[in-house]
Design a binder for this molecule. Structure first.
Ligand SMILES: [Zn+2]
Length: 155
């Protein structure tokens, strides 16, 4: 009961995204957008920080773009499958955010391509990820999983 009262009076703040979240929006303390750890702040403090961060805040379009990237690579349970195979030493949420980051960088650098139909479609298969350089992606995933995994693979 006391825990619930406390939760309704505080928010979780992400320094990277410069925004606050309600406790129920957060799992394991990680920001659902970027995966970085959040910290607990009071309600008033969250409002003030939000107002001050307004100018610096990630634009909603950019946030949605990142969410779209995440939805594309995790569709049909692919996110969970990668997580099971790679078995990284981190929560699924964090893994999802980190892989999304890797893929965004890959798209920027040209070794990954996201295909999006010209207008929204009901057919989800129209939204897909092309790995232009699969080896590069595997290398990035190994680095994410930790040096031990990369080592085992070499031997
Ligand atoms: Zn964040």
């Amino acid at each position: 009961m006391a825990e619930q009262q406390k939760s309704s009076k505080t928010y979780l703040w992400c320094d990277t995204c410069r925004r606050s979240y309600r406790h129920e929006e957060i799992e394991n303390g990680a920001c659902p957008v970027c995966g970085h750890p959040t910290r607990e702040v009071g309600k008033f403090s969250a409002i003030l920080r939000g107002l001050m961060a307004n100018e610096l805040a990630t634009s909603p379009i950019v946030t949605k773009h990142r969410q779209l990237v995440k939805l594309i690579w995790t569709q049909n349970g692919m996110g969970e499958q990668y997580y099971r195979v790679i078995a990284p030493d981190m929560t699924y949420n964090k893994f999802e955010a980190r892989v999304t980051e890797i893929l965004c960088r890959g798209a920027e650098e040209g070794w990954v391509k996201f295909n999006i139909p010209p207008a929204p479609r009901d057919d989800e298969s129209a939204y897909k990820l092309d790995l232009i350089d699969e080896d590069r992606f595997v290398t990035e995933l190994q680095a994410l999983a930790g040096p031990d995994t990369a080592e085992q693979d070499k031997n």
